[in-house]
Ligand binder design. Structure first.
Ligand code: F3S
Length: 285
């Protein structure tokens, strides 16, 4: 029996880079904080907590901190508004910026374009920290658009250039539909598709394995929407698809004559857990 892990499973490049940064910094024996949990995975956050890494929940908490212990504050992959960098500078705290380079690129675009007088449109979820971060690099007017209706209702009273960017995890088809609405209105001079393909690649490689596998295991948080999506995609391809959070949830009843067990994992699932599941299936079946 073969056990095969999907080509792209678990952390994307940006999140892996940020998590690795925290572990490296923690090993250097410094006082470490992350601005927001580094990843939406309780186990990883708990593990880091044991290593002395604490979480700053919001701006108010940051403002109340004193510099006595000379902390290092790590910015997670989502990025933060410029204001947070300014506060860290003013306080003299060391800032380790683990913002994903793809998100950083969006910050640079909106910073430059809004300085040049553009009205910035961010296509994304207004409550998502990444979008809040992008918004915080605009020096002029900015509108966040999440739905087709909001795009239909968008209009500017004064003649202005518009620059449109997207949240990295926004749905590609929906972004295209929103862009078409803007184009029809004549706002078509500066549209930058900043959607990252990590999510799509994870889904594509899960589907490819599930299509061949006799049994498919999807690892991820119960409330993680991207893991649920992976589960849906895999279930359509493979009748015996299991959704587990940890190894304890895995009660495999393998059908006879299983040749291939496929494994994939959601965006917040650490490698350690993926490896545990992989070796458990290899050893026990
Ligand atoms: Fe991940 Fe960076 Fe893309 S955080 S989803 S690789 S934009």
């Amino acid at each position: 029996m073969e056990v095969r892990l999907a080509e792209c499973a678990g952390f994307c490049f940006g999140v892996k880079r940020a998590v690795d940064t925290v572990y490296e910094q923690a090993e250097a024996g410094k006082t470490i904080y992350t601005y927001g949990p580094i990843v939406h995975n309780e186990e990883v956050v708990r593990d880091l907590e044991e290593k002395g890494v604490r979480v700053i929940e919001n701006k108010d908490e940051l403002l109340q901190m004193t510099g006595e212990s000379a902390p290092t504050v790590i910015i997670r992959a989502h990025g933060v508004p410029r204001e947070i960098h300014d506060i860290l500078n003013q306080k003299g705290f060391e800032c380790v910026d683990a913002t994903c380079p793809f998100v950083k690129k969006i910050h640079r675009i909106v910073e430059k374009e809004s300085e040049a007088g553009c009205h910035i449109v961010i296509v994304g979820d207004p409550n998502h920290p990444e979008v809040e971060g992008i918004k915080g690099w605009c020096s002029g007017p900015v509108t966040i658009i999440e739905t087709l209706e909001e795009a239909e209702n968008f209009f500017l009273t004064e003649e202005k250039r518009v620059c449109i960017v997207s949240q990295t995890t926004f749905n590609y088809n929906k972004f295209q539909e929103i862009v078409e609405i803007f184009q029809k209105k004549g706002y078509n001079d500066n549209i930058v598709n900043t959607i990252c393909n990590a999510t799509e690649e994870r889904q594509r490689s899960a589907k490819a394995i599930a299509a061949e596998a006799d049994v498919m295991i999807v690892i991820g948080g119960k409330h993680s929407s991207n893991t649920r999506k992976l589960y849906d995609i895999c279930s359509r391809e493979c009748e015996h698809t299991y959704f587990i959070q940890t190894l304890d949830d895995l009660h495999l009843e393998l059908p006879k004559a299983v040749r291939l067990v496929g494994i994939t994992a959601g965006a917040s699932t650490p490698n350690k857990l993926i490896e545990e599941v992989q070796s458990y299936v290899r050893i026990n079946f």
